[in-house]
Design a protein around this ligand. Structure first.
Ligand code: BTN
Length: 263
């Protein structure tokens, strides 16, 4: 098994230890096993390719070598369970900002806003560029560990996506006509992610929702939401303090805790 290790000096000198593999079934599965064997928080697992990368609702995350950045972070935050959603929302915000900066650096006229599709996707030009999968182990109503798994489409050409995703997915290469080095991108994301997650905990996650709302895709638009086998329609009004979606249906506003926006 091919493994490379490097350490990043993070926020307040808290180390971030990256384990880089050539090939794994899933960085989330590997991180989960390591968390169960007591790996410390801010241990990061990344891989050039995943043979069984997975997304939300057990969907497959297509993970060919070198095209995407695939990584998982072990976290052990001592937080109230009602704030769990804040972790993936913060991760989405950090990656959103880095993508937006890169797009603007390459093209100052860049007219593509990078948006957040509730709960976890990042969109550019209406197409998905990043997905986030947060898995958790809760013991006695406390977090034992979280696995924050992130997949970012960096170097895909259109034909590199499976046929069924070619209309709905994009990559940084498709948008900038450049190749992006996966480890460099990871080294940029991790310190920022660590800093924000630590500061958020200190601040009781006060700013996450405010910031998330600024970039929320489909705000004030009617959308269809798939919840298990059901589908409901409504107008997106925003996000509540715990990260749930506020959906207006006639005179009523419903709070949606889980589901997928079908648009
Ligand atoms: C989604 O959009 O449904 C979430 C996709 C998450 C994919 C990442 S890639 C790295 C990590 N390992 C996995 O198996 N999944 C996540």
């Amino acid at each position: 098994m091919n493994i490379q290790l490097w350490q990043i000096k993070g926020y307040s000198n808290i180390p971030i230890l990256v384990h880089h593999y050539h090939s794994l079934e899933s960085t989330n599965s590997k991180a989960k096993r390591m968390a169960m064997e007591n790996a410390s928080e801010w241990t990061v697992i990344c891989a050039d390719l995943q043979t069984r990368g997975r997304g939300r609702y057990h969907r497959k995350w297509h993970s060919p070598a070198g095209l995407g950045l695939y990584f998982s972070v072990i976290l052990r935050p001592q937080i109230d369970l009602k704030f769990l959603n804040m972790i993936n929302m913060r991760a989405a915000l950090v990656i959103r900002e880095i993508l937006q900066t890169k797009l603007t650096q390459v093209d100052l006229q860049n007219e593509y806003p990078v948006q957040l599709k509730w709960p976890n996707d990042i969109l550019v030009d209406g197409k998905k560029i990043c997905g986030i999968l947060l898995e958790s182990e809760i013991l006695n109503a406390e977090v034992n560990y979280l696995i924050l798994g992130i997949g970012i489409n960096l170097n895909h050409r259109r034909r590199d996506f499976p046929l069924e995703l070619q209309e709905t997915a994009t990559s940084l290469k498709l948008l900038t006509k450049q190749n992006w080095e996966t480890s460099q991108f990871l080294n940029k994301v991790l310190p920022k992610l660590q800093q924000k997650i630590i500061l958020d905990q200190e601040a009781g996650f006060r700013n996450v929702i405010l910031e998330y709302q600024k970039y929320l895709a489909f705000k004030n638009q009617v959308v269809e939401i798939k919840i298990q086998n059901q589908s409901i329609k409504g107008c997106i009004k925003g996000i509540d303090p715990y990260g749930y979606l506020l959906l207006e249906q006639g005179n009523e506003t419903r709070t949606i805790s889980t589901g997928d926006i079908a648009n």
